[in-house]
Design a protein around this ligand. Structure first.
Ligand code: F6P
Length: 334
């Protein structure tokens, strides 16, 4: 029989390699995993358990909340607030930071998450996911919003779960990227995609073309050159994909390369891009870089940006290194 490595075993073995590790971080990850298994189950049951459709409310970004946005946020919060491993949390679905209830001990980590990314896909039975990021926190403090406003380069762990035909968790703690598939029969994530690497070259791009008239010239140029195919300066044909679900796009890029852009656009200059830095761009940037890819706003490495607000947005370009570097170079030309 083939020896299966469970996510729990993988995390504990990684921890053994770190002389100062107390096990707290492994336990925190296990709690995140438990929450994601519960979300996977709910997403899979869909309207059999009445969880689809709109909740009739809006989140802090003015986006219509789905019932599952709220339910999955509660699942994450309730799976993590009692553990004693966290000093606080931040979620896409909650305006302010989430404090740890007074009856529970506080720990030395902060968890930031988007409990159900791509939730506009949920009623269509298309791929959605959970994205999470873990930061260290000064021990014994009651964190304020400023304690969360840290560069992505400071993350100790980032991951996402893709609820697709299979449920998959992709994880990095800064030592490469590994993918695990949920074995529904035994309720465990199994290591199925060790050491994921992104091909440097690619001929596939993902962008919401309906926003084309609002893009800046460097992005117009890059996409225009891709569309010209063999007859254009790139001298090869490109393929396009748009799933409208960041987790699914990043998973595709980790698997077969490519580039994803949600660039700055001129619709609302006060909102630079669509995706949020702390719980979308940063964790994805950590994963993509650890898999050999690159991630930029077009002008700056995502992991070097100092955020100024919990729900701050950022233009996002990520994927195969050579393509991202080309897009950054076009931005530098002006
Ligand atoms: O909220 C984030 C998100 O749903 C991402 O998962 C996805 O990449 C993007 O928004 C889709 O944007 P649009 O609605 O413009 O297609």
């Amino acid at each position: 029989m083939v020896n299966k490595v469970t996510l729990t075993q993988f995390i504990i073995e990684q921890q053994r390699g770190l002389p100062d590790a107390s096990g707290t971080f492994s336990m925190l990850l296990n709690n995140i995993v438990t929450a994601c298994k519960e979300i996977s189950h709910l997403v899979n049951r869909g309207n059999l358990v009445g969880v689809l459709g709109s909740a009739g409310s809006e989140n802090v970004q003015g986006e219509v909340q789905k019932k599952l946005d709220i339910i999955t946020n509660d699942i994450m919060v309730n799976a993590l607030n009692w553990t004693g491993h966290l000093a606080g949390m931040a979620s896409e679905e909650v305006d302010d930071i989430i404090t740890i209830p007074a009856q529970y001990p506080k720990g030395k980590y902060l968890a930031l998450f988007d409990p159900l990314d791509g939730s506009s896909n949920i009623d269509l039975n298309l791929a959605v996911g959970t994205i999470f990021s873990v930061l260290r926190c000064r021990e014994g403090v009651d964190p304020a919003a400023e304690d969360f406003l840290r560069k992505g380069a400071e993350q100790v762990c980032a991951g996402f779960v893709l609820y697709g035909p299979s449920t998959m968790m992709v994880l990095t703690t800064g030592h490469g990227v590994n993918g695990f598939t949920l074995d529904q029969d035994i309720g465990e994530f199994i290591l199925t995609h060790p050491n994921m690497r992104i091909p440097e070259e690619s001929s596939e791009f993902a962008i919401n073309m309906s926003n084309q008239r609002f893009w800046e010239p460097p992005v117009q140029r890059y996409i225009d050159e891709c569309l010209q195919g063999e007859e254009g300066p790139r001298r090869k044909n490109f393929n396009m994909r748009w799933i409208a679900s960041l987790v699914a796009e990043v998973y595709r890029i980790l698997t077969r390369g490519g580039v994803f852009l949600y660039p700055f656009d001129l619709r609302e200059p006060s909102k630079p891009g669509k995706l949020r830095i702390l719980y979308e761009a940063n964790p994805m940037a950590f994963i993509i870089e650890q898999a050999g890819g690159a991630c930029s706003s077009g002008r700056e490495r995502i992991l070097d940006i100092k955020p100024t607000g919990i729900h701050q947005r950022v233009p996002l370009v990520l994927g195969s290194k050579n393509e991202v570097e080309r897009i950054v170079a076009y931005h530098q030309l002006g």
